[in-house]
Design a protein around this ligand. Structure first.
Ligand code: PSU
Length: 306
């Protein structure tokens, strides 16, 4: 792809890796600005980048700064973004407008997929994708992440969808949209902080190289879109779903009572669950992201080899 006319700024490390055909893993920035509190957000971002390097790939954290899409951030930029105020949480609908008006922009799963694809990166690691919110039959709150997965050819490694969501409906929508949902190493669809949602994943794959080949096969077949790789949180870090269910219910009823809507719902719920679990949910969130970074690096290496 000719990227010269695009508002893309590559870090030297990412530019070198892409030019030499080395494995690269994209990372999002909403998890830094809206998903975790300071300073754990920046500490985690650094650890995720280090994990990707240890596993043989180059990390490319994606964010909007000064009207440009940055593909790969320096340590100083990571620090700046992690403490910045007025960072817009960007998805497909508002990415272009923010580039024109300037200011900081954090990329969600949807926006990160778009930017990664423009940059020529086809694997991306995050925590959990957005999905169908509980009560969506009234609120119509369905994350744009789901449709993006059906349109943009990037493999997204996540610990399933966040347990704050309606997971059966999220899986239904993904099926309708033709998105392959592939559980890694188990039959069940994981529920972010817990290894199982009690729902079967439509596809299971154990070998990262197969996951890489499946994405290439989709391209060969002319099928648009990416893949959702649902990678369960490590056993030692999981929080039992029975423990979390009442906490999630409380956070959701507080959000309803306070009229929290649209883009603010997920950050509000994550923050309240963090407070209500005395920080345990954040520790689990950090461990699952690191685990996803490891798998994404292996998938990226598989894409390069085959
Ligand atoms: N993974 C995390 N924490 C997060 C997210 C992912 O561990 O905060 C972000 C992603 O950017 C995802 C967003 O796109 O949550 C979902 O937001 P919404 O439900 O508003 O679509």
């Amino acid at each position: 792809m000719n990227t010269t006319s695009l508002p893309l700024v590559f870090s030297q490390e990412v530019s070198d890796a892409l030019q030499s055909g080395a494995p690269v893993v994209a990372l999002e920035s909403t998890i830094i600005t809206h998903g975790m509190p300071w300073p754990q957000n920046v500490e985690t971002a650094r650890r995720v980048e280090a994990t990707i390097r240890e596993n043989g790939a180059t990390p490319a954290t994606i964010a909007i700064m000064n009207g440009k899409i940055h593909i790969g951030l320096s340590d100083a930029e990571l620090e700046e973004l992690g403490q910045a105020k007025d960072v817009a949480k960007l998805s497909r609908a508002d990415l272009a407008a923010r580039l024109v008006t300037g200011g900081y922009g954090a990329t969600t799963v949807a926006a990160t997929m778009i930017c990664a694809h423009l940059a020529g990166i086809s694997v991306f690691a995050t925590g959990g994708i957005g999905g169908v919110h509980k009560g969506a039959e009234d609120s119509f709150d369905i994350s744009a992440d789901l449709r993006e997965l059906s349109e943009t050819p990037v493999t997204v490694v996540a610990a399933g969808a966040k347990a704050i969501l309606d997971l059966p409906k999220t899986l239904e929508v993904l099926e309708t949209l033709g998105v392959p949902v592939i559980a890694h190493g188990q039959d069940d669809f994981p529920a972010f902080w817990s290894r199982s949602s009690g729902l079967a994943a439509p596809i299971r794959m154990d070998d990262p190289a197969d996951i890489a080949r499946a994405q290439q096969m989709r391209t060969k077949l002319g099928l648009p879109g990416g893949q959702l790789i649902a990678n369960p949180i490590p056993e030692t870090s999981e929080i039992a779903s029975e423990t979390l269910a009442p906490v999630i219910a409380q956070a959701i009823s507080e959000a309803d009572a306070q009229g929290i809507a649209a883009k603010s719902v997920t950050p509000f719920l994550l923050q309240r669950i963090f407070e209500l679990t005395d920080g345990k949910s954040l520790a689990a969130n950090i461990d699952l992201v690191l685990n996803n970074a490891r798998l994404a690096a292996k998938i990226a290496a598989g894409l390069v080899k085959s």
